[in-house]
Design a protein. Structure first.
Ligand SMILES: O=C(O)CCC(=O)C(=O)O
Ligand SMILES: [Fe+2]
Length: 743
């Protein structure tokens, strides 16, 4: 399938296709009489990786079978191919028949990478004394019964693998012509029988690379392999080598045969040395990138953006606003929304009614439609094709794309499948898996934590992604809907999808080259509460702050900023957002059990309140822990900022409540001291609009704050100096949030 790089009608896309490797120059390459052959019908991700690794060392393999239909039989999944590979090679070598010194290196393509120079490969080959050398593996395949016919070995692997071999042309040619074989016969069996013919083996000096001097087949040997890091003081960056710790060798060609493809994918994040290093991050991820800025916006790829709301999700408004803020022309985006949650119908409606018409098209699947996740996801893939999309972009409601350039950057990355790395902040939970168990479930790779915490940045080939990812639609056009699907019995939709991609050897990349955003934790979300997002301060701190803290809050702490002081030692700060003030009022009014305003108060330890208000305590709505955390995290720093030298962490507060003043209920509060070291008093609604009158008067200073600002907080000492009263509310309802800190 095509990449944008190869689209001629897109003009100069800034594609950089050729890997450059400055330290791997092979000076001896030209003098070598070697030909490198491989077989590949399609330019898959694996093929691209193979070619890139070859070019790193200046190797240009001859690709046989390019563009043809695979004729190598059924066993493509287990071993890279069949007899067809042999017949292709035999045909290709015909033209060289008389050439005695010529050396032929054959490798599979999709699951192979080069780790070293061709001249070094030749040197090591010559040192073996073999005329033809095959790679070795621990399994006798495809015919186990032949195992006993193999010579015993002291060290290394005993059996032949046909994915990697090297030989002089005459001897190799003899092997290729030893017997007839059909295109769909097994190539490994063919070579095995040639090898097991002792007389033939000896006369043609056919050997196996038992100890992986050159060839490393991974299957069955993954535990023997280790990536070694070499920090050379004089080098610009560290180098990486593959080491076989069992044989103590450093192989030069590595083959992810059988079920070891994922191991090869892991290794190829670091190998060949130069694709990634800790100074520059990923070097290889620049290959094939495009630059959208070089293309007129009106011709930017058409994206089918599919949003999935499969769980009740905190901060869904934030989710939608980040989707809306993505830096991409909306007239190039088809929007598809699958919502299974009735609770979110109103949020979806708010978004689509306001912004839906800006998109190229809009399709919505509602909870009433009752379609299961996999079918909605499969449908969205086929919608993408029906709309002739260039790209498919899936985003789950738990994925907050904080970086507005996310979509654009992913497109520019220009990979078949790429996900922006998203994590639950401070947690190891992310939207990718570094490794898989044998039965396809989560396993942790060695580098998982380093990637999840962005200690290592790059573009990582991984076996599982979810929550947000971009798929090049040419992939969807290449395979049919039974091959790429979210529908698989007994597995959830994401796992089914990734399984289909793995089966097709499509690479899934996750990028943390920059910060893209974060994941929402939905596990404790309780939609039976009024304002459930308010209760998410612990689970989703970052989103909570974004939603509920005043946009100017952090400016309060700026040393150059003069904090407002409307009365002596009464400080005034913006602290919470309108979302917060609305939510807190709603929490209290939904609960509704306002106190009587009498002195008797059974909520208090002493049962008596000298200066009662009409109020509801935070613990009555199950929000006390949250409030105390808010005090510690957002209020305490302000206190330390203005009342110097007083430290009390965490702040204590027993009395935390919302007060309601009304002309016909309790309209004012008589002069009093608070039993606090300091008191905070947050205005929850708007004077002049929601009520008239009100405010707080500090009697000793004859100073009143009456022009209170919604979301702003007064902070004042509680005792002795700051004798105060609540002024009369003459109309409407006034709400304030009060806490007596450090009583
Ligand atoms: O109405 C005001 O702003 C003051 C309230 C107050 O002093 C209190 O609740 O202790
Ligand atoms: Fe007070």
């Amino acid at each position: 399938y095509e990449k944008f790089c190869e689209k001629s009608d897109r003009g100069d896309t800034g594609c950089d296709e050729s890997p450059k490797n400055h330290f791997a120059q092979d000076e001896n390459l030209k003098s070598l009489d070697v030909l490198v052959f491989t077989v590949a019908t399609n330019e898959t991700d694996g093929f691209q990786r193979y070619i890139n690794s070859a070019r790193t060392f200046g190797i240009e393999p001859v690709v046989l079978g390019k563009g043809e239909k695979w004729k190598g039989g059924q066993n493509i999944k287990l071993y890279a191919g069949g007899g067809w590979k042999i017949n292709l090679l035999k045909e290709a070598l015909k033209q060289y028949e008389a050439d005695d010194n010529k050396i032929i290196l054959f490798t599979d393509a999709y699951d192979v990478i080069f780790l070293g120079k061709l001249s070094e490969i030749i040197n090591r080959f010559k040192a073996t004394g073999a005329k033809v050398l095959f790679g070795a593996e621990p399994y006798c395949w495809p015919n186990v019964d032949l195992a006993k016919e193999y010579p015993e070995v002291e060290k290394g692997q005993r059996f032949l693998n046909s994915g990697l071999f090297i030989g002089y042309l005459p001897e190799l040619y003899k092997i290729l012509n030893k017997a007839e074989l059909e295109d769909n016969d097994d190539d490994q069996l063919y070579y095995t029988l040639a090898y097991l013919d002792k007389e033939f083996r000896d006369s043609n000096k056919i050997k196996l690379d038992h100890t992986s001097e050159i060839f490393q087949n991974i299957f069955g040997a993954a535990n023997d392999l280790e990536i070694v890091t070499i920090n050379d003081k004089d080098a610009a960056a560290e180098t990486y080598l593959l080491k076989n710790t069992k044989t103590n060798t450093q192989p030069l060609v590595v083959h992810g045969n059988g079920f070891s493809k994922l191991t090869l994918n892991y290794l190829s994040n670091y190998l060949p040395s130069g694709v990634w290093n800790s100074y520059e991050g990923c070097v290889a991820c620049k290959h094939g990138e495009i630059n959208l800025e070089k293309i007129p916006r009106a011709t930017w790829p058409v994206v089918h953006m599919s949003l999935f709301i499969e769980v009740n999700t905190p901060f869904i408004e934030g989710f939608f606003s980040k989707i809306y803020q993505l830096e991409y022309p909306k007239e190039r985006i088809h929007l598809f929304i699958h919502n299974t949650m009735k609770y979110h119908s109103v949020h979806v409606k708010n978004f689509t009614e306001k912004f839906g018409s800006e998109y190229l098209s809009l399709k919505e699947i509602k909870p009433e439609d009752g379609s299961p996740e996999w079918s909605a996801r499969d449908l969205s893939l086929s919608q993408c094709l029906a709309k002739n999309c260039d790209l498919y972009f899936a985003v789950d409601s738990t994925a907050h794309l904080d970086n507005p350039f996310t979509l654009k950057l992913l497109i520019e990355q220009n990979r078949t499948v790429v996900a922006p790395m998203l994590v639950r902040p401070g947690k190891a939970w992310s939207n990718f898996w570094g490794a898989l168990t044998n039965d396809g479930f989560y396993a942790r790779s060695n580098d998982y934590m380093d990637i999840a915490y962005s200690n290592k940045r790059g573009l990582w080939n991984v076996p599982f992604i979810n929550a947000a990812y971009l798929v090049n639609a040419s992939l969807l056009k290449t395979y049919d809907s039974s091959q790429i699907t979210y529908n698989l019995p007994n597995v959830d939709a994401d796992m089914a999808f990734c399984y289909s991609l793995r089966k097709l050897d499509v690479f899934m990349y996750v990028s943390n080259r920059v910060d893209f955003g974060h994941l929402i934790n939905y596990e404790t979300y309780d939609i039976t509460r009024a304002e459930p997002d308010m209760y998410q301060i612990f689970e989703n701190e970052q989103a909570w702050q974004e939603a509920f803290i005043h946009p100017d809050y952090f400016d309060n702490l700026n040393p150059d900023k003069k904090n407002l002081q409307p009365c002596p030692d009464v400080y005034w700060f913006p602290i919470v957002s309108r979302k917060f003030t609305n939510a807190l009022i709603n929490m209290m009014e939904s609960f509704g059990k306002w106190s009587s305003g009498n002195n008797e108060d059974e909520r208090l330890e002493g049962g008596y309140e000298a200066v009662p208000t009409r109020d509801i305590h935070m613990n009555q709505v199950g929000w006390e822990r949250h409030w105390l955390y808010f005090l510690q995290k957002y209020v305490r720093p302000l206190q330390e900022h203005v009342f110097l030298g007083y430290f009390h962490d965490p702040p204590k507060s027993l009395m935390n409540f919302v007060v309601r003043y009304r002309p016909d209920e309790q309209p004012s509060l008589r002069p009093h001291h608070d039993s606090s070291t300091y008191t905070i008093n947050i205005a929850l609604n708007e004077v002049g609009k929601d009520y008239e009158g009100g405010g707080c008067r500090f009697i000793r200073y004859n100073c009143s704050v009456v022009d209170t600002q919604i979301g702003w907080m007064l902070m004042h000492p509680g005792r002795l100096t700051h004798y105060h009263e609540g002024l009369l509310v003459t109309k409407g309802t006034r709400y304030i949030m009060i806490a007596f800190v450090d009583p």
